[in-house]
Design a protein around this ligand. Structure first.
Ligand code: TTP
Ligand code: CA
Ligand code: CA
Length: 656
C-alpha cells in the first residue's frame, strides 16, 4: 500500500479510547469482525468496482503504440464499438458510422477488430476486414486476452488470502475489499485489536483516533449539508479511505504493468460502487461515503440505476409519474408492493436507498460456449459449412484453453450443432468422448459429424445460420490425476450414453439454445422476473467467453447489445453479448439471451438479499408510508443485545 498511516490520517491527541465522555462509534465490535468474513450485511463492508476506460480502444492503442492524446476508435464493419477519450472530444460516439466519424475528425485512427476468415486457421487483424463481412467473423480474442491479463494483474496486486474478485464483464471487476481493509484497520489502529468491553461484541467501538481524512485525488461526492460533512469521521469513512488507497494501488499496477487506465467506484455495495465508477471518467476514482449515499443517488434519475433502465423502470415511472429518485423516496414500501407486487416493491424500495446486499462472488463458472454465424448470402455446400465449422472449433477451442482444458481443469461433455434452413432449425448433439485430450481437430471432427447427420436429411440447403456450442462442463482435477479424472465408469457412463442420443428440432419456433426457455419458466413463475425481461442484469458475470455465467451486467451495458445490433444491420449479422461474448444469430436471440442473463442474476440476487431486504422494508412499515427521511435507518438490525441508547449518527447514516 502506498500511503503510510501518517500521511493519510491525522491522529487525534491520545486519550484512552474508552475514556468516559468520549463519543463512541456507531459501529460495534461485531460489525468490525464481520468484515473479515465478507459478511454481506456488514455495515462496514467496502466494495470497489473497476471499469476500464474505452476498453477496446485502449487495447488497440497499446498494441499499436498510439500516443495517448491521439483520437482512435475501434471499428466493427461500418460501425464503431469503442471510442477513446480524445476522439470523444470531437463528438464521436457509438452512434457514428466510420464515415461520419471521419467527417468529425479526419485524423481519427479507426482500427477494425480482428476477424476469423473463412479458410484461415487463426483470427488476425485483416486490413480489409470491413469489406469482408460475408467471409469474416469477428474475434474478440485480443480483448479477452487483455481482460485476463488485467484480472491477473488485479489479483496479483491484492493479498492472496484476503481477496475476493469477481469479473463482471470483459472490462469490469468487483472487489470485496472488506477483509483486506479489516486487516489494515487492525494494523493501523491497534486499539481495535483489544477485546470489546465485557467481552461483548455488540459494544460500540471507540471512535477512530483521527480527526481528518486525506482523500487525496479521489472524487468525493459532495454532501451539500454542512452538518453531515462536519460529523467526525467514523469507521465506515476510515474503511472507505483505506479501500480507496488499495484501489489507487491496483489502478497503478494496471497502468504500470499493462499501460491501461481505468476508473473506479468505492462504496458499501455493488450497486453504489458501480454507479461510482462511471461517475468520473477517465482515470478517476469516486468514493461514495455512507453519509453521502442518498445525496449521490438523488442526482440520478432512477432509470440510471442498474435494473431500472428498462421495462421495470418504465412501469415505475408510469405508476408514480416521476423519474426522480428523490420523489420516490416518499413512496412507502406498501405503495410499491401494491403497484408492483411484493418482491418488486421491496426490491425497489431498497434500491432507491442504495441498499444492496448482493455478494461479490469469485466462483462464477462458464457453463457453455457458443460460436455462430449467420449467412447472407446463404451457403449451399458441405464444404462451405465445414470451413465455418473449422473456424467455430478453433474459436471454441481457444476459449477452452483459457478455461484450462489443457490442464484438465474443466472440460465440456457435450456438443450441439444448430443448422437453419429457411424457417426450419435442425439440431444434433453428441457427447464429447472422454479418455483422451481434447483438441481443435477433435472438436472439428465431431462438429462435422453432426453436420453430416443433418445433411443426410432432405432440404437442408441453403443454410442461413450455423451455430456450434459445447456445454455440460465438468470439473477435472488438475495435477496428478490427469485425464483419468474424466473417465466415466459404470452407471455414469450408461447415463451419459443415454443422454447423448441425437435430437432433431424441426420446429423453427424452438430456440437455438436454452436460455430463453429457462427465462420463460422464470417469468411464468411470477414475481419480480416478469418485470425484468428487457434488461440486462445487475452485478457481474463470469468469463468473457461463455454463454451462461451467473452474475450480472449493469444496466448501461445493455447498450452494448443494442449498439452492436444497430451496427450490424448489414447483410451478415453476428450479435455478440458483451457480457459473455456469446455470438447469437439475431437481435431477437440476443434479447432472449440477455433476458436470460438478467433473470438469472436477479434470481441469484434475490436469493442473497431476500432475508435482508424484507427485514429492511418491514422495519420501514406501512404506517411510515410517506416522508422516509433520506438515509433513515436503512441498515441491518444490529445483532446482539438491545442497545443501551441511540447511537450517534445512526439516524443520518444508512447502511447497505
Ligand atoms: P464499456 O465499458 O461500456 O465502454 P468503454 O470501455 O468503451 O468506455 P468507458 O470508458 O465509457 O467505459 O464497454 C466495454 C467494451 O465493450 C468497449 O470498449 C467495447 C465493447 N462494446 C461493444 O462492443 N459494443 C457496445 O455497444 C458497447 C457499449 C461496448
Ligand atoms: Ca469501460
Ligand atoms: Ca464496462
Amino acid at each position: 500500500m502506498s500511503s503510510s498511516p501518517q500521511h493519510t490520517f491525522r491522529h487525534r491527541d491520545s486519550s484512552p479510547a474508552g475514556a468516559p465522555g468520549r463519543k463512541r462509534s456507531q459501529f460495534t465490535y461485531r460489525h468490525l469482525h464481520q468484515m473479515a468474513t465478507f459478511n454481506t450485511s456488514c455495515p462496514l463492508r467496502v466494495i470497489a468496482h473497476l471499469d476500464l476506460d474505452c476498453f477496446y480502444a485502449q487495447v488497440e492503442m497499446v498494441r499499436l503504440g498510439v500516443p495517448e492524446d491521439k483520437p482512435l476508435a475501434v471499428q466493427q464493419w461500418q460501425g464503431l464499438i469503442a471510442i477513446n477519450y480524445p476522439a470523444r472530444e470531437f463528438g464521436i460516439g457509438r452512434h457514428c458510422t466510420v464515415t461520419e466519424a471521419k467527417k468529425l475528425c479526419p485524423e481519427l485512427i479507426h482500427q477494425h477488430v480482428a476477424t476469423w476468415r473463412e479458410g484461415l486457421e487463426k483470427w488476425a487483424y485483416h486490413p480489409d476486414a470491413a469489406e469482408n463481412i460475408a467471409t469474416d467473423k469477428v474475434s474478440l480474442d485480443p480483448y479477452r486476452l487483455e481482460s485476463r491479463r488485467i484480472m491477473a494483474t488485479i489479483k496479483g496486486a491484492l493479498p492472496h488470502k484476503l481477496q475476493k474478485v469477481e469479473k463482471a464483464s470483459i472490462d469490469e471487476v468487483f472487489l470485496d475489499l472488506s477483509a483486506q481493509v479489516h486487516a489494515a484497520l487492525l494494523e493501523r489502529f491497534p486499539e481495535l485489536a483489544n477485546p470489546p468491553p465485557y467481552d461483548d461484541a455488540s459494544e460500540q467501538l471507540p471512535m477512530p483516533s483521527i480527526s481528518a481524512l486525506d482523500w487525496q485525488a479521489d472524487a468525493l461526492v459532495d454532501l451539500h449539508d454542512e452538518d453531515w460533512e462536519f460529523d467526525d469521521p467514523d469507521w465506515d469513512d476510515v474503511a472507505l479511505l483505506v479501500a480507496s488507497e488499495i484501489v489507487r494501488d491496483v489502478r497503478a499496477a494496471i497502468k504500470n504493468q499493462l499501460r491501461y487506465t481505468c476508473s473506479a467506484g468505492i462504496a458499501r455495495n455493488k450497486l453504489l460502487s458501480k454507479l461510482g465508477s462511471g461517475y468520473k471518467k477517465p482515470n478517476m476514482q469516486t468514493v461514495i461515503r455512507n453519509r453521502a449515499v442518498q445525496r449521490f443517488l438523488s442526482d440520478f434519475k432512477f432509470t440510471k440505476i442498474r435494473n431500472l433502465g428498462g421495462k421495470l423502470g418504465e412501469q415505475v415511472k408510469q405508476a408514480f409519474g416521476t423519474e426522480s429518485v428523490s420523489d420516490l423516496l416518499s413512496v412507502s414500501v406498501e405503495q410499491f408492493k401494491l403497484k408492483l407486487g411484493d418482491d418488486t416493491g421491496v426490491w425497489i424500495w431498497n434500491t432507491l436507498r442504495g441498499i444492496d446486499a448482493s455478494e461479490v462472488s469469485s466462483g462464477t463458472q462458464i457453463k457453455s460456449m457458443l460460436s455462430a454465424k449467420s449467412f447472407r448470402p446463404s451457403i449451399s455446400t458441405m464444404e462451405q459449412a465445414a470451413r465455418w465449422l473449422r473456424i467455430f472449433a478453433a474459436d471454441i477451442f481457444s476459449r477452452l484453453v483459457e478455461e484450462g482444458v489443457l490442464e484438465n481443469k474443466r472440460r465440456p461433455r457435450t456438443m450441439n450443432l444448430h443448422h437453419r434452413h429457411e424457417r426450419q432449425t435442425r439440431s444434433r448433439s453428441s457427447p464429447i468422448p472422454l479418455g483422451r485430450p481434447l483438441d481443435e481437430k477433435t472438436l472439428f471432427e465431431l462438429a462435422k459429424n453432426l453436420l453430416s447427420q443433418i445433411v443426410a436429411e432432405n432440404d437442408v440447403w441453403p443454410c442461413v445460420n450455423l451455430s456450434l456450442s459445447v456445454g455440460g462442463f465438468e470439473e477435472g482435477i488438475s495435477g496428478n490425476m490427469g485425464i483419468d479424472a474424466f473417465l466415466l465408469k459404470g452407471d455414469e457412463a450408461r447415463a451419459h450414453r443415454d443422454e447423448s442420443k441425437t435430437s432433431l428440432a424441426q420446429d423453427s419456433r424452438r430456440e437455438a439454445y436454452q436460455p430463453t426457455a429457462k427465462r420463460r419458466r422464470m417469468e411464468n413463475s411470477g414475481g419480480i422476473q416478469r418485470f425484468l425481461t428487457k434488461r440486462e442484469p445487475s452485478g457481474a458475470g463470469g468469463d468473457t467467453s461463455d454463454v451462461m455465467p451467473a452474475g450480472g451486467l449493469p444496466e448501461e451495458d445493455l447498450s452494448h447489445h443494442q449498439t452492436i445490433t444497430t451496427h450490424e444491420q448489414t447483410p451478415i449479422t453476428s450479435h455478440v453479448c458483451v457480457r459473455c461474448n456469446a455470438n447469437v444469430e439475431s437481435p431477437e436471440a440476443l434479447q432472449s439471451h440477455t433476458d436470460w442473463h438478467f433473470a438469472k442474476d436477479l434470481q441469484e440476487e434475490e436469493r442473497v438479499s431476500q432475508t435482508f431486504a424484507n427485514r429492511q422494508a418491514a422495519a420501514a412499515g406501512s404506517s411510515r408510508a410517506g416522508g422516509q427521511k433520506p438515509g433513515a435507518p436503512a441498515g441491518p438490525k444490529r445483532p446482539g443485545r438491545p442497545k443501551k441508547g441511540a447511537e450517534r449518527g445512526q439516524s443520518k447514516l444508512s447502511f447497505g
